[in-house]
Design a protein around this ligand. Structure first.
Ligand code: HEM
Length: 453
């Protein structure tokens, strides 16, 4: 079946066998990863389907077309509805704002994520990890997915507010976790209930949002009273001034951006680290090479920020892990005005999905795509790929602002852990599967044993 096309453009293939009312909603909800991979192998670079009676969706699996959506013609798109539903929790921060407002905020915030600032956070990243590992001992069994969430939360609170681990965790840990869980619930429901409806989830959501608001406004208010400038993220964001008008951010804007950075930057990194530790446990030959590199660079010393540059294999282990299990496994956009992409007509209101999980596993770009082979990233492999065949951090004007931060954090945390320990799944573990929520998690979690090296 082909759709009518008033502009006489190329026809987008339409996925067959959807239900009359719900389209392909059931298959999508049951297993979005399998569904998107199957559609791509059946229909190729582009296919249209329906989720529910009205929501038309286009799945793109061609790097050229993805580049048009994310970069060349990005002005014709806005964020998809699931991201918009996050506004109730994180307001109009970078992740959810659009157009002029987004560009303005991005200009203000970008300097805080410059490499020079990020390098200054490396020692904090190491200290938080070392401190956390004091809880660990040889032979201990632990839930690694939880540990990684704790470590990345510790790192974000330290680098953002200069709070130590215990203080940050006690003050923010609980509310952030609850907020994330409820946000996931809202995003997954096909029609999020308007917040004024007194449903149980809505009531909980409002309570958590209020608690987080109070906490963050308190932190911001206290900081405004302090003398002198702190070089943490909050300090830099408070000092940021719009070049044109010289204005800074209001407390509300600061609150939205802080919440956004928590939400966008904490679970993604934790999941990437968990997947990496899982992959290493399954590939002893890669693990051994990683250990050899870390031992050769560190010897008996403990990790220092300057070691980061000298760990190319460790870096490639992270790149390869982000390829196989990209925490952001799909990017969504909504068509904001009719637009032509690669000779096809995309209609206003349609949703466009572009899945890193699908594209990162295409044999056209990656030899033996399901294998875990960090060596493939040697010799500037990324430069040989078409742009948007590998895009764990997205691209264009909305590329992840925390990409350097996250990459450095993942390499340093991984090096700290593997310098001391070899991790193995407990003998009675069940098969680990990717669970696509807001980010891609290992399901049902990773229960692992810490073997001293
Ligand atoms: C492995 C870790 C991470 C991954 C895979 C990741 C991935 C992404 C992706 C794919 C996007 C683009 C989404 C889109 O275009 O719709 C994004 C946006 C964003 N990320 Fe990350 N991210 C990570 C870590 C971080 C960290 C550590 C921070 C902050 C400290 C952060 C802050 C943000 C923000 C604020 C945005 C919105 C940018 C904008 O729209 O201008 N992320 N991230």
């Amino acid at each position: 079946m082909l759709l009518d096309d008033p502009f006489n453009k190329k026809q987008i293939p339409v996925a067959q066998n959807g239900s009359f009312f719900t389209g392909h909603l059931n298959e999508f909800q049951k297993s979005p990863l399998r569904f998107m991979r199957t559609l791509t192998s059946r229909y190729g670079d582009i296919v249209r389907f329906r989720l529910g009676p009205f929501q038309k969706v286009i799945l793109l699996s061609d790097p050229e077309l993805i580049k048009e959506v994310l970069v060349t013609k990005q002005k014709s798109f806005i964020k998809s509805r699931d991201v918009q539903s996050l506004k109730a929790l994180i307001g109009e921060g970078l992740l959810t704002s659009e157009k002029e407002m987004h560009m303005q905020q991005r200009r203000l915030i970008q300097p805080a994520f410059k490499k020079t600032h990020i390098n200054g956070y490396a020692q904090d990243m190491i200290d938080i990890t070392e401190e956390y590992m004091n809880k660990w001992s040889a032979g201990m069994e632990t839930e690694i997915t939880e540990d990684m969430l704790d470590i990345t939360l510790g790192i974000i609170t330290k680098t953002m507010f200069s709070m130590d681990f215990k203080e940050g965790h006690e003050l923010l840990g609980d509310s952030v976790e609850k907020g994330m869980k409820l946000a996931i619930k809202r995003m997954r429901s096909i029609l999020p209930m308007p917040l004024w409806l007194p449903t149980k989830t809505n009531r909980e959501f409002k309570q958590v949002a209020k608690a987080l608001d109070e906490l963050l406004f308190n932190i911001i208010g206290n900081r405004r009273q302090e003398d002198g400038l702190k070089e943490d993220l909050l300090g830099i964001l408070m000092e940021a001034r719009d070049e044109e008008h010289g204005t800074g951010m209001t407390d509300e804007q600061l609150r939205d951006e802080l919440m956004t950075i928590f939400l966008a930057g904490h679970e993604t990194t934790a999941n990437a680290l968990s997947w990496t530790l899982y992959l290493l446990s399954q590939h002893p030959e890669v693990e051994e090479k990683l250990h050899n590199e870390i031992d050769a660079v560190l010897g008996t010393e403990s990790l220092k920020p300057e070691h980061f540059q000298r760990l190319p294999y460790t870096q490639n282990v992270i790149w390869e892990s982000l390829r196989l299990y990209p925490p952001a496994y799909v990017i969504g956009r909504q068509v904001d005005e009719d637009v032509e992409i690669g000779g096809y007509l995309f209609e206003k209101g349609e949703t466009v999905l572009m899945s890193q999980y699908v594209i990162h596993r295409q044999a056209d770009y990656f030899e033996n795509p399901d294998d875990f082979t960090p060596e493939r990233f040697e010799n500037n492999f990324m430069r040989t790929l078409p742009s948007y065949a590998y895009f764990p951090f997205g691209g264009g004007p909305r590329v992840c602002i925390g990409n350097h931060f996250a990459f450095m954090e993942m390499v340093l945390v991984l090096a700290c852990i593997t310098h001391r320990y070899r991790l193995r799944l407990t003998p009675n573990h069940v098969t680990i599967k990717p669970q696509p929520l807001i980010t891609l998690r290992p399901k049902p979690g990773l229960r692992m044993i810490l073997e001293e090296r």
